[in-house]
Design a binder for this molecule. Sequence first.
Ligand SMILES: Cc1cc2nc3c(=O)[nH]c(=O)nc-3n(C[C@H](O)[C@H](O)[C@H](O)COP(=O)(O)OP(=O)(O)OC[C@H]3O[C@@H](n4cnc5c(N)ncnc54)[C@H](O)[C@@H]3O)c2cc1C
Length: 425
Amino acid sequence: MHQDEQTADIVVVGGGMVGLSCAIALKDRGRDVVLCDPGEARARTSYGNAGVVSRGSILPMAGPGLWGKLPAYLRNADAGLRLRHLHLLRVMPWAAHFLASARTSAWRRAAAALAPLTSAAYPEHRRLSARAGVPHLLRECGWVKLYRTEDAFAGAALEREILSHHGVPFDILDGPAIQALEPALIRPFARAMLLPETGAVADPGGLVEACEQLFAGLGGRSLRTTVTRLEPDAEVWRVVHPGGTVRTRHVVLATGAAAHELARPLGYRFAFAAERGYHRHYALQPGSPALNRPIYDTGAASILSPMGEGRVRVLSGVEVADRHAAPDYRQIEAAAREAAGTVRLGQPLDNRPWLGSRPSTPDGLPVIGPAPRHDGLIFAFGHGHIGLSTGPITGQLVADLATGRMPAVPVEPFAPGRLLGWPRL
Ligand SMILES: Cc1cc2nc3c(=O)[nH]c(=O)nc-3n(C[C@H](O)[C@H](O)[C@H](O)COP(=O)(O)OP(=O)(O)OC[C@H]3O[C@@H](n4cnc5c(N)ncnc54)[C@H](O)[C@@H]3O)c2cc1C
């Protein structure tokens, strides 16, 4: 079989929101870029998310509230998190870091690191979606966190304090104001937090496709392939795939939840896991008012996100499992049952739910930075729950790092080295 040999300045491996944003930003800086991705739209986590682009998404899942919920999590009795216990043994370094991060001080530190990143998220998305010819996919509609009881609202006081500290604006609404904001709701909620400086992407998969076309329009080269190995070879890298090799000075590893698969043979064992999540689309019943923005029902740990043309995407909480394991639809079925009590949910529009994996770091911060032991390799993965939002700004940061510029946002907290080995307490 003929083996294809190519050369490039930079190869970006992985074409989700993060990799594509890197590839586009590097093209903008005049680099000759090859993007390697198998091109399966639904295989990307960037396809199936809730579409929320929020400045307020600065509080990782591992926070001080974790300890109170841990017994329920371990019994799989909380909709927010489902564990496959045997798998937990395989991701012990991740689990150890995760528990070590569940402290108020670590939560505050994470918020301080993420705030500049999420502040840039909406402006970068607006710029990118306009350049990609799909500005209509991004709406500045805010998003809402709903609390079923006053107690649940009171339990989120620290979150509000930290958001205020970082200047993230929000409004607190009571029952009648919630109903006026979202007439589609049929469940009474005690309180809501409306985060106005937030956008929502009506079709995340459509945005990714538009970005692929933008990259091609800029003269970027795409290889529809799965990279099997990254081989350092003197001053260059050989990016090996089933059809051949690309020789390059720089590689950006942006393969989302699969990132450890190419990093491990190079000696990088990250504390890393897949936080799987499900979605399913529904119509609203005839006569129901539309949902105006994504809503997060904290009582059900589930998001409902309007996806255009009257479709509502119902999304589940987190499932910690091998990303290749067979799906377990119990979480999304429970989320859909709860959603049917929240809005007038009609028929499902898909044959079966979608499943994808959030690339999860235990401290909730992405990995963005040069590989500690190899020249020319830049890591850009681990964006967890906020990779759609922060993909475009990550692209700018990677382009800064690759071209020797001062990164637009401090990247020290995202340094890869922090997740190699066991946590320091
Ligand atoms: C249910 C759910 C809801 C979410 N909601 C939100 C939200 O509202 N807002 C938000 O900001 N984020 C959200 N997220 C998180 C967000 O979707 C992810 O953080 C983000 O999509 C990660 O992007 P990525 O480019 O790193 O990974 P991906 O989109 O998964 O892209 C990785 C790409 O790399 C490719 N790849 C893998 N291995 C190889 C290889 N060896 N060679 C070549 N290519 C390879 C894959 O095929 C894929 O195309 C949600 C996630 C889930 C699951």
